[in-house]
Design a protein around this ligand. Structure first.
Ligand code: GDP
Ligand code: CA
Length: 313
């Protein structure tokens, strides 16, 4: 079965690793690039790298970077007069050196991502949402806009988010293969990523939003459990932007785009309040590959059965 999935970093990546373990699924993951930035002269694409590393079981303990990585370069940088809040392990540095070098040589982010995914042995296709420049910016106080990484890493997402914008998105073309993957998929899945900060930047690309809206089945997986993000500010951002820190808020943030929403058993009481045609309730926690595979299989079963009434899985 062909599936296409929109993803940020950790949440979407965990579902993608489960999909990759299913023999009959041909998955294309379309990844947010609004977090991309430059540190130490390197072009970093944190969400793409998290998806690659997680899909092959090599993600770091906090969801970013590589497992068992060393930090000799960072430790040396720490002694120099430079802000080293954004950490890059030595193995992860190779990924970023490769990307920076190849971008300078004229390769597209799509080619680079394909080469990295292939080197890491990823089963499935990983595509950046776009090869064009798109930058998420966050309004943290009246008149004060900061780049995503300044908000997220440097300021540790402590500020209340008043607004978001996606610089350049209106001019971005979808990366090669993105529209084809969406159109040919049995269903479009929106991974359990931060709706505002990870998925909105993908949907801010007009041609992608159009292709997604045309799909008969758009299934979101809630990133909230008991109304809270497992990690990160998703619930706080949904709340400060007026959607509410709940599965209802997740559905509202997608503004009528979803035909299906999978919510966690801990939020089962929300099911009757959420205005999405079909709500499905199951355990959405994916601490390991077994849990990821189970949820991925549940999603595939729902797509296969195309339920016509409210159901529970
Ligand atoms: P980032 O780009 O790395 O910040 O990650 P994402 O936006 O892709 O994912 C962050 C979201 O993933 C958070 O809101 C988490 O609640 C959610 N998340 C992480 N792990 C899981 C999980 O195992 N199950 C579910 N349902 N959500 C998860
Ligand atoms: Ca991210």
């Amino acid at each position: 079965m062909k599936l296409a999935m929109l993803s940020g970093g950790v949440g979407g990546a965990r579902l993608a690793r489960g999909m990759a373990a299913l023999a009959d699924v041909d998955l294309t993951v379309i990844v947010n690039v609004g977090d991309d930035d430059h540190f130490y002269g390197l072009a970093v694409s944190p969400d793409i790298d998290t998806v690659i590393y997680t899909m092959v079981g090599r993600e770091g303990p906090h969801g970013w970077g590589l497992k068992d990585d060393m930090f000799a370069v960072m430790n040396a940088l720490d002694a120099l007069p430079i802000d080293t809040t954004f950490r890059v392990g030595d193995g992860d540095l190779a990924t970023n050196l490769f990307r920076t070098d190849r971008l300078a040589a004229g390769w597209s982010l799509t080619w680079i991502t394909t080469a990295l995914a292939s080197a890491y042995g990823v089963a499935g296709t990983i595509l950046p949402a776009t090869d064009d420049p798109l930058r998420t910016q966050v309004k943290i106080a009246e008149g004060s806009w900061v780049d995503f990484q300044e908000y997220f890493v440097v300021r540790r997402h402590a500020d209340e988010v008043e607004d978001v914008r996606f610089k350049g998105a209106g001019y971005c073309r979808p990366a090669p293969g993105v529209i084809e993957a969406i159109e040919s998929a049995e269903a479009l899945i929106i991974g359990p990523s931060n709706p505002v900060l990870s998925i909105w930047p993908i949907l801010a690309i007009p041609a992608i939003a159009e292709a997604v809206a045309a799909k008969p089945m758009v299934m979101g997986i809630s990133p909230l459990i008991s109304g809270s993000a497992l990690k990160g500010p998703a619930h706080r951002v949904l709340s400060s932007l007026g959607f509410g820190a709940s599965t209802h808020g997740v559905a509202s943030a997608y503004g009528g785009l979803l035909t299906d929403l999978v919510i966690d058993s801990a939020d089962a009481a929300d099911a009757s309040k959420v205005s999405v045609p079909r709500i499905h309730v199951t355990d959405t926690r994916m601490p390991d590959l077994v849990a990821s595979t189970r949820l991925a299989q549940a999603v595939v079963d729902l797509v296969t059965s195309r339920p016509t009434s409210w159901g529970r899985i």
